[in-house]
Design a protein around this ligand. Structure first.
Ligand code: GLY
Length: 372
């Protein structure tokens, strides 16, 4: 570590990953990357948006030559096997061997795709995650899920591949577009709802500080990242491969992924998840699994976080329903929902966290949510 380096505000460990929160990418964070990558050839992977802002300066400081820097096309629509092929071909052509490490600098799309490239390249090389969006810092970079989308659905081809190091530096959020920041807050809302009323109260009390026009308050952003990484890491530590409690992290995601796909990825993940949580709360209420106040609580919280309650472009309930069918959470051909029963309580917690819901119930909740 260089002399002036400030220590991170928090350090956690999860399945071999060292997670540093609040470590500056100029100093302590960069030193940690250098030491984790020691002796390996570094492939820096970023995208066309984040590359110039964060990957190029970091690559320069790490001394990674231009030939070892890769950019994928930005946007969820490019998190696909075409970009995975382009990236892995680029690494093969550049002569990267098994003694290489991928450093993924970007949001969830970069982290998922670069992580999947690392998981599959020469049967697996290490990956270091440098998340630059709030969503990636508190969710995508934590827990080892990597993968790409396919025409049949989101994240349908992938692997569990934990990073060796995650460096979350809240300072990079200063350049994050406000819409992307709000998208990340949707995952914080999900974490709060599945955790406790106290967590939800904390999030709502700090919403304004995160939504400042001039960028999020740095101390609040650091605290929010730490709280959320701790929540997610605690769940993943109990259930790495999603056979039980990790399914609670899918609250809002069956409908959310369907909305995202039905929008052709014009809607951001968090925007879709916010609406998905509201619809799924309505489903849980209609099935008698949740208190009749849950959907209203989600509505109030999503509004406070300036998240949408309705799709940002026209879509029918049947289009959403059709898009749920390829969800990874399908078991034996039937789609399963991870429904919240209330703030801090999951439905079906004693039965694998999955609830099967009829098409009619789903359609009715989507119609209700989209019209109110
Ligand atoms: N994003 C949900 C999970 O990592 O399990």
């Amino acid at each position: 570590m260089s002399e002036q380096a400030t220590p991170p505000s928090a350090e956690l460990s999860l399945h071999g990953a060292r997670i540093l929160i609040g470590a500056s990418l100029d100093m302590a964070g960069m030193d940690a990357i250098r030491s984790a990558a020691k002796g390996a050839r570094i492939a820096i992977v970023s995208d066309t948006n984040v590359g110039p802002l964060h990957a190029t300066p970091l690559a320069g400081r790490l001394g990674v030559p231009e030939s070892d820097r890769f950019q994928i096309a930005a946007g969820e629509v490019n998190k696909n096997r075409i970009e995975w092929t382009r990236l892995t071909n680029g690494m093969l052509n550049a002569g990267f061997g098994r003694d290489s490490v991928v450093v993924a600098v970007g949001g969830g799309v970069v982290g998922d795709l670069a992580g999947f490239a690392a998981a599959t390249y020469m049967r697996g090389i290490p990956v270091i995650q440098v998340p630059t969006s709030l969503l990636a810092m508190i969710d995508a970079a934590i827990g080892g899920k990597t993968g790409v989308d396919t025409p049949a659905g989101k994240n349908l081809v992938g692997a569990f591949h934990h990073p060796t190091l995650v460096v979350a530096d809240p300072a990079v959020l200063k350049t994050l577009p406000p819409r992307e920041l709000r998208s990340g807050l949707a995952e914080a809302l999900k974490h709060a709802i599945i955790t406790s009323q106290a967590e939800l109260d904390w999030l709502l009390a700090n919403a304004k500080a995160m939504l400042h026009a001039e960028g999020p308050d740095q101390a609040v952003a650091g605290a929010l990242i730490e709280r959320n990484v701790r929540i997610k890491a605690a769940v993943v530590a109990r259930d790495e491969k999603e056979s039980g409690v990790r399914k609670s992290l899918n609250f809002g995601h069956t409908i959310g992924h369907a909305i995202e796909a039905a929008s052709d990825y014009a809607m951001l993940h968090g925007e879709s998840i916010a609406i998905g949580m509201r619809v799924e709360a309505m489903i849980a209420e209609a099935l008698g699994l949740a208190a009749p106040t849950l959907a209203e609580q989600v509505t109030v919280a999503a509004s406070a976080l300036e998240l949408p309650l309705q799709p940002l472009l026209p879509m029918t309930a049947d289009a959403v329903l059709a898009a749920t069918r390829t969800d990874k959470k399908a078991r034996g051909g039937a789609v399963e929902y991870a429904l919240a029963a209330g703030v801090g309580t999951m439905a079906a917690a004693g039965a694998g966290y999955g609830t099967r819901v009829s098409d009619d119930e789903v359609r009715a909740a989507v119609v209700r949510a989209f019209s109110a």
